[in-house]
Every structure is written in C-alpha cells, then in structure tokens.
Design a protein around this ligand. Structure first.
Ligand code: GLY
Length: 323
C-alpha cells in the first residue's frame, strides 16, 4: 500500500475515533502524570481503601500488577462491600458466584468466572495468568484449581446478605435494573513508577441474577483491557451492555487511534446509547493513557471513582450522558 493510502487510511480511522459529538465533549480535568510518578484509578467509593493498599506497592516503587491485585483484594475481603467477594449479593437461588480478571503490562491475562466459595477470586485469576497456559477457568474447574493451589473454601454468604436475599425471595421479582446505587464492581487501574500499566476487575455480579450468569468483569476486553503501549480501561455497571460492545477494549483502541482517555470513555458510552436499550441501566468507564491522562464517563449520574496520585487519594464524581 502506498504511503499516501496509508496516510488516508490512518486519518480516516483517527477522525472516526475523534467523532465524539461536540455536545458530549467535556472539560473533565485530566491530570497528566509526571514521568516516573505512580498513579491509581478505581471505581466507586470502595476505590479509596483499594487505592491505599495499591499505593503501598507502587508508591514504594513496586510493580503495577502487584498493586492492582493487592488493591482489589481489600474490597473482596470486606463483608460490607455487597457487590464484590465475601458478602456479595447472591444469585436468585442464594449462591454467591464471583467473576474476576487481571491483566499485566506484557499483555498477559488471567480470569475466573462463576467461581464459588473463594474469598479472593482476583488472586485465583492471577494464578491462572502466572501458572497456566490458559486465560480463563470457570465454575467447578476454577474452584478445583483454587483448592489445588492452597486457596481455602469458605461460605461467602454473610448473615446480612442471606437476610436481604430471603426478603427478596418473598416476591422474587426478577428485573435486572442496575443503577448507581445497587451495583458496584471494583475495577482498578495502576501505572507504576516505571510507567507500566496493569488492571484488575472483580465482582459478585448482578444481584439475584440467574444461576450461571456471568457478566463483563471476567471477560478480557469487556470489563478490563490493558495495552502497555497505549493505555488501560475498566468498566462497571450492567455487564451485558459492555459485553455487547466489548467496551474496555474499545476504549483502549480509540485511544490508540488518537482519542484522549476522556473522549474514548465518552465514545464507548455513546456506542451503548446508540445501539442498546440503556434505560434505567448504568455503565461507567475509567481509562488511563500511557502519558498518565485519565478519563471517566457514565450513562447515569452517580458514578464516582477514586484517584490516587502524589500520595493524595480522592473521590471524584464522573460526568455522565444523562444529567
Ligand atoms: N459489571 C459486573 C456485572 O455485570 O456482573
């Protein structure tokens, strides 16, 4: 292909990527990180303690992959966080089934889905990534792998979650409506002092879901994607919408074609708005690029995220399509 044809092709791709409607472009602060500065971004208010744990690693010069795992483990082990790990809202039959994935700066990835009885699915996903030739293990296979590798079997249905489920079961109305109040996967992205990116994403999924339902969080490219040359993205909200648009991969690809992290998050939300029924449903994206710029955007108001840099950890409200 001639140089001119290459140029025209690349220009077309970049302008398509940047065709975010002007009305949607916003002036969200996108602080650029100084070279050598670590940086952590995570979903929702439980991102604050997760960032603290992750910072203990990257702040001391440790690797982003170790930081993202350590960060989300805190939320998985918190019984009060009812959408992740221990104490997670069960499915309609009372089973707590967990999804998680992790991805490092080399493009290596590990994932578990429909995993029961293990408090820290992110560490099982890490083990799949580090010690097997595979990316994803599911259900009983994931549980067997975890137990074979020293993870401890545990009842994850806390008394509080059981009581709430039993109250729900009286009417057992099954209408998956997700908004900012009832669903909050943790997705955590980190850049270490070496400038390397990694991410982790973990959830108990949609409350009172059908037995066997798996969401976006363990799907590489839907709930999480990392490309160390370009950037990283993660998602929260109604997983079916991110799965149908492969949202986190889309965000990273848009950045590769020239969109800013903010534009990429906005365009990924717009794909959902244009093609899918999003009424009453929430989706939120977070992204960071290789230069340390960040983006955040959601369908509904109410999505917030925790940003930690320079040792300062703060909760910020994301801008949204609906006001
Ligand atoms: N975003 C998590 C889920 O839909 O399961």
């Amino acid at each position: 292909m001639s140089t001119r044809r290459n140029f025209l092709k690349n220009s077309a791709i970049i302008s398509a990527a940047l065709s975010v409607p002007a009305s949607l472009k916003c002036n969200t602060a996108s602080p650029q990180t100084a070279k050598g500065e670590a940086f952590i971004l995570s979903t929702w208010n439980h991102g604050i303690p997760a960032n603290e744990a992750a910072w203990k690693i990257v702040g001391e010069g440790g690797k982003a992959i170790d930081a993202v795992e350590a960060g989300v483990r805190v939320v998985e082990s918190d019984p009060k966080s009812t959408s992740v790990g221990l104490g997670g809202v069960p499915d309609r039959d009372g089973n707590v089934t967990l999804d998680a994935c992790i991805m490092d700066e080399t493009g290596n990835a590990g994932s578990v889905c429909f995993l029961q009885h293990i408090e820290n699915p992110i560490s099982v996903a890490r083990k799949v990534m580090d010690d097997t030739p595979h990316v994803m293990l599911a259900g009983d296979g994931a549980l067997k792998f975890a137990l074979d590798n020293g993870f401890v079997k545990k009842n994850l249905l806390t008394a509080e979650s059981k009581k709430a489920w039993q109250e729900w079961a009286v009417k057992s109305k099954y209408k998956p409506i997700i908004n900012s109040e009832n669903h909050d996967t943790i997705g955590l992205l980190a850049m270490d002092k070496n400038g390397d990116l990694s991410g982790a994403c973990t959830t108990s999924g949609l409350g009172y879901k059908m037995y066997g339902r798996v969401g976006d969080s363990p799907i590489i490219g839907a709930g999480l994607f990392v490309d160390n040359e370009v950037g990283a993205a993660t998602a929260t909200g109604m997983g079916e919408l991110m799965m149908k648009t492969l949202g986190s991969f889309l965000v990273v690809e848009l950045m590769r074609q020239g969109a800013t992290a903010q534009q990429a998050c906005e365009e990924a939300v717009m794909r959902i708005i244009k093609k899918l029924d999003y009424k009453d449903l929430q989706v939120g994206y977070l992204a960071i690029d290789k230069a340390g710029n960040m983006g955040a955007y959601a369908i509904q108001p109410g999505f917030n995220y925790a940003l930690m840099k320079g040792g300062k950890n703060e909760l910020i409200d994301a801008v949204s399509y609906l006001k």
